[in-house]
Design a protein. Structure first.
Length: 463
């Protein structure tokens, strides 16, 4: 019998980590799973559908095994689930499909049946699909006009300035743009709340000196030290998605899981807290990406090349020219294929830090949170799979010669902390995107502040 959320996470999340999901899809995946658990327990316990986010909980621990398998079914069905909003209807629908199953062997047979032919899953979920068509998610992909839609930046060749609108974002050749591309699925917050957040972001963006900000990214890239390089790489991620850039949703949930490992938290609270965090990350993804595609802010790889043409430079990749300037993370991952302002890493991190501070307390130094050494490769391949050095959340140390970008780097172990609070972790994750040449400073700073707001709003819905 699984008695902790840690068992659930370690059973399911390796499957999540092995899929190449863009940042919004990872946050949505976690939200799907937490929603099924959160609403499904209540549905089975109360024998009725629940309405809203704080149902009457009558937890039955003996239901946990069933929900582990139900979530696995949802996992193999993700291509049908990721484009929409999994309300209590999904929990009720899947529970009904599995309610008559009496043994673990039958659950496994049930899963094998559907994993052999995902078309059968689509047929089984048609009722749910029909219901969700009323949400508008089917129209999510074609809501934004991109001026540079016919051009792709070649990372290794100069930009043809005659073919590009310089002040509007352009996609990168070789990067895949995942759906839902430009639109929004149904969100958690009322529209008037997120409209105010968006309008505040638009107003702030219009005050920025973007050329100055992008020139700072260039200057940082010319003077990057070993610690800054490893901070950039640590938060980049391991097996995680487009450009391996979706780490904050996975990282902060993992940190929460490691907190549970060493602390006695009521079983019910584990799932409530997991769901609150997942809700915040999900809402942050929806709103952040909506703003990104409204503003279409160019990435540094585009702006630096166009603002500083044909200038010799000597940086982490040696002697080169601004016409072919690359982000530090360009090898092996690349600049993510969505606009700059503002940073998704930063907003996810701000959300998680705010929620975890409220739920668990802000001082992580006193909590003695230990990370599992041989699991760190799930999140960043700077660690080997057999890594066995005890690692605390307050002092995350990357091994000698562990860089995935520059040979013989770092020349000695690098502590990317210290971290005394959840906010320290969030700010470190945000700055990693400036060090990596992925975002300008205003993008990372505003992203954390925006995430803090989403976190506070999320918490208010559970009070």
């Amino acid at each position: 019998m699984m008695q902790k959320l840690t068992d659930y996470f370690r059973a399911l999340n390796p499957f999540i980590l092995q899929r190449k999901f863009a940042p919004p899809l990872v946050s949505r995946t976690e939200f799907i799973f937490s929603s099924i658990i959160y609403n499904g327990y209540s549905y089975i316990s109360d024998l009725k559908n629940t309405d809203g986010y704080v149902p009457s909980f009558k937890f039955k621990i003996d239901c946990f095994e069933k929900f582990w398998y139900v979530n696995y079914l949802a996992l193999v069905s993700l291509k049908f689930l990721l484009s929409t909003y999994p309300s209590t209807v999904l929990a009720e629908f899947i529970v009904k499909k599995t309610a008559e199953l009496d043994s673990n062997n039958e659950y496994l047979d049930f899963l094998v049946k559907y994993t052999e032919d995902l078309g059968k899953v689509e047929k089984e979920l048609k009722e749910y699909y029909d219901f969700r068509n009323t949400d508008g998610w089917v129209r999510a992909n074609d809501q934004v006009t991109i001026p540079n839609s016919q051009y792709r930046i070649d990372p290794y060749n100069p930009i043809n300035s005659d073919l590009i609108v310089a002040n509007s974002w352009c996609q990168i050749a070789g990067n895949i743009q995942w759906s839902a591309k430009f639109g929004e699925v149904r969100q958690l917050f009322p529209e008037e709340v997120t409209n105010k957040l968006k309008n505040d972001a638009y107003a702030y963006y219009n005050t920025l000196n973007l050329e100055k900000l992008q020139n700072e990214v260039l200057e940082v890239s010319l003077n990057l030290n070993q610690k800054e390089k490893m901070i950039s790489e640590f938060w980049l991620g391991g097996n995680l998605g487009v450009g391996d850039s979706i780490t904050p949703p996975a990282y902060f949930i993992y940190f929460f899981i490691c907190y549970i490992d060493g602390h006695n938290i009521d079983f019910e609270k584990q799932f409530i807290y997991y769901h609150i965090i997942s809700c915040g990350l999900f809402q942050a993804a929806i709103t952040t990406w909506g703003i990104k595609y409204k503003l279409l802010d160019p990435r540094p790889i585009q702006a630096i090349r166009l603002n500083n043409p044909d200038t010799p430079i000597d940086y982490y990749f040696g002697e080169s020219n601004t016409n072919v300037w690359l982000a530090y993370q360009q090898t092996p991952s690349g600049t993510p294929s969505f606009p700059d302002f503002f940073s998704g890493h930063s907003s996810f991190s701000g959300v998680a830090a705010t929620i975890l501070t409220e739920l668990l307390g802000g001082d992580i130094f006193l909590k003695d949170i230990n990370l599992v050494p041989n699991e760190l490769w799930w999140l960043t391949l700077n660690y080997p799979k057999d890594y066995d050095v005890p690692t605390k959340l307050t002092n995350i140390i990357l091994p000698t010669d562990s860089s995935l970008v520059i040979p013989n780097t770092p020349t000695q172990p690098v502590d990317i902390g210290p971290f005394f609070t959840w906010n320290d972790l969030a700010n470190n994750a945000a700055m990693s995107r400036l060090y990596g040449g992925i975002h300008h400073r205003a993008s990372v700073d505003y992203g954390v502040a925006f995430g803090n707001q989403i976190g506070e709003l999320t918490l208010s819905y559970f009070k």
